[in-house]
Design a protein around this ligand. Structure first.
Ligand code: COA
Length: 250
């Protein structure tokens, strides 16, 4: 299994499982293998009573540059899409225990939409959230087309998801995408501290509270599938292939 995703259980933060994106040389772009490892960790979190909260973290200056472009291109030129991305999205959207995240710097594509499924996201002031789906001839994923307009209203969701406009940390806070903005050196400590505070709460009460706040997730899960159909079709389009090739040629 790859070290591009590290699964950690830091002793100083009991009950917290960390899923760390750890491929800084590629801006933490996420490959199929990385999705599979994250899915496994989420599955373990669901059944292991020692894990009360899962925390997503990246590396200094970068949460993630989104899906690996080489994987996109491989599919566009005839490869199989695999189930890794969808398995991950379903595991994330269906998680029964709290999920938090900490962002410092770049958060692109799924590096942004992942936080729509997190309960608390801490970000540094220099963080920028961006989803250039349409610029790549793709469409929104991870049920972002459903959740983002609910959270931030149509116009801000459209600017983010369709126009590909960047959202700086302060605006992401105002839009309700994230919970808190802190100094870049404090992101990990704040994220893990709040995760550990959640981990100390009565788990059953927390689970029920979370379920009530999140509401019925069947619409989220069916939107993930609906978006995925469009996404897969667009991945095969000539316009998407041209965009991926242009990126790889840079
Ligand atoms: N997939 C694969 N590799 C990626 C990547 C991605 N999504 N994003 C960055 N990388 C790689 C680059 O190819 C480069 O690799 P190399 O050093 O072997 O050439 C390395 O990461 C560093 O990226 P670079 O572009 O040189 O850094 P930058 O600071 O100039 O720009 C980004 C960073 C994230 C703005 C830019 O890389 C980018 O736009 N990436 C694509 C983001 C994207 O569209 N993701 C898909 C969303 S659906």
């Amino acid at each position: 299994m790859t070290d591009h995703v590290l699964i950690e259980r830091p002793e100083a933060f009991p009950g917290v499982q960390v899923i760390r994106l750890n491929r800084p040389e590629k801006k933490n772009a996420i490959t199929r293998e990385m999705y599979a490892k994250m899915t496994k960790a989420l599955t373990v979190a669901g059944t292991d009573p020692a894990v009360r909260v899962t925390a997503f973290l990246g590396t200094e200056g970068c949460f993630s540059a989104g899906n690996d472009m080489a994987d996109f291109l491989a599919f566009a030129v005839g490869g199989t899409v695999g189930t890794e991305v969808l398995d991950f999205l379903r595991a994330l959207a269906g998680a029964r225990k709290p999920v938090v995240s900490g962002v410092d710097g770049l958060a692109i594509g799924i590096g942004t939409t992942i936080h729509l499924h997190c309960d608390l996201t801490v970000a540094s002031a220099r963080s920028v959230f961006k989803t250039p789906f349409v610029d790549l001839a793709l469409v929104p994923e991870a049920a972002s087309s459903l959740i983002a307009p609910r959270i931030m209203g149509h116009q801000r969701a459209f600017a983010l998801l369709a126009a590909g406009e960047p959202l700086e940390a302060a605006d992401a806070l105002q839009a309700g995408l994230i919970w808190k903005v802190v100094g870049q050196d404090a992101v990990e400590e704040e994220t893990l501290s709040v995760a550990a505070r959640l981990a100390r709460k009565p788990p059953e009460a927390l689970r029920i509270a979370r379920d009530l706040i999140r509401g019925d997730r069947s619409d989220v899960l069916s939107r993930i599938d609906e978006e995925a159909q469009h996404f897969a079709a667009q991945l095969k389009s000539a316009e998407a292939r041209a965009a991926f090739e242009a990126f790889m040629r840079r």
